[in-house]
Ligand binder design. Structure first.
Ligand code: GFB
Length: 308
């Protein structure tokens, strides 16, 4: 990407989009175009086309999405499917129509079959049934990958896709009903410590295994892929390391300095038993994560410790 290229980050106020913006600014890019969701409803095709026709971006980072944790995915099934399908279809089609030079589409590790072998290799896509709680989101994200591939195959558009593992970092969602596990536990432990509460409640059994990556690492990978990867399909983006939800809770408890108990609420779902990315393809292309979980948890704690 040329340093003066016009770059559109869809979702620039979200956790991922804002991290990409920080990264690009630090690399010397200056020519950005943004719209908030109030200014531009990405589910509205006419509005998206008018925006692309007016702004004509050279490069697009597609980080806008309806996202949330296991409960939000399961409750708002219609929005997770409809909003995500509309956002990606409108942007990818407009990027084709208005001659965008390159587009990066972002998905999620939940695109893989629930019981796929671990670690998850890119070729396991569409080899089995999806996890029920996030099937709508996964179907939308799989459609996004296939859209990029179809425009590349039929028209030669340079549209690429990356599937990050579970993310955390600045601008995460800390609403306990809709958040992912890491910000939820960070908040629960901080509040429990401040309120001298006896216990912190962990949803599910605590046994599911998850991989967590700091969003600054993802932003670094996105920039790297925009510069170095031009192929159909997609690449996993992760750390290659996982741990159980219970182990994650223990780590967060320690970082926060909370001394009470951890109890389970098994009325809440566990979701996929394990979601560990195989990152060997990404390593071959030349990128590796740099922020380990202990460091990342400390960074997050330092950012949010006075917020709750
Ligand atoms: O992060 P999370 O909501 O999503 O939950 P997924 C991960 C695991 O942590 C589940 C448990 O087993 C939860 O039951 N957990 C324990 C908690 N305590 C809590 C808590 O207080 N809050 C939350 N949220 N979880 C999502 C998908 O799956 O991951 C999305 O639904 C997306 O589509 C995203 O792919 C990255 O990792 O299970």
């Amino acid at each position: 990407m040329e340093k003066n290229a016009k770059i559109y980050i869809a979702g620039h106020r979200g956790m991922v989009g804002s991290a990409i913006l920080r990264k690009l600014k630090s690399e010397g890019f200056t020519n950005f175009v943004f719209r908030t969701s109030k200014e531009l409803d990405l589910r509205n095709q006419a509005a998206v086309n008018a925006f692309f026709s007016q702004e004509r971006p050279d490069y697009v980072f597609l980080a806008a999405a309806k996202v949330g944790g296991i409960l939000a995915n399961n409750i708002y099934r219609a929005e997770f499917l409809y909003d995500n399908l509309m956002i990606e279809a409108n942007i990818i089609h407009a990027a084709h129509t208005y001659l965008v030079k390159k587009l990066l589409f972002l998905g999620s590790s939940c695109i893989y079959p629930k019981l796929a072998p671990q670690p998850l290799k890119e070729e396991y896509l569409l080899t089995g049934l999806l996890e029920q709680t996030n099937e709508p989101y996964a179907i939308a994200k799989i459609a996004g990958i296939k859209l990029c591939d179809a425009y590349r195959a039929q028209y030669g558009d340079n549209f690429i896709s990356a599937m990050p593992t579970n993310l955390y970092g600045p601008n995460d969602n800390y609403d306990l009903k809709t958040s992912h596990v890491l910000p939820a536990l960070m908040r629960k432990f901080i509040e429990a410590k401040n309120n001298h509460a006896q216990e912190v409640v962990l949803w599910g059994t605590g046994s599911p295994l998850r991989e967590f990556m700091h969003v600054d690492d993802l932003a670094d990978a996105c920039y790297f892929l925009m510069e170095n990867f031009n192929e159909a399909g997609f690449l996993n983006v992760g750390t290659g390391v996982d741990l159980s939800i219970y182990e994650l809770a223990q780590k967060i408890k320690k970082v926060v300095g909370y001394e009470g108990e951890i109890v389970q609420d098994t009325s809440k779902p566990d979701g996929t038993p394990r979601k560990l990315m195989d990152v060997s393809k990404l390593r071959k292309v030349g990128w590796e994560a740099k922020i380990d979980l202990d460091k990342g948890l400390q960074m997050v704690y330092d950012e949010v410790k006075d917020q709750f």
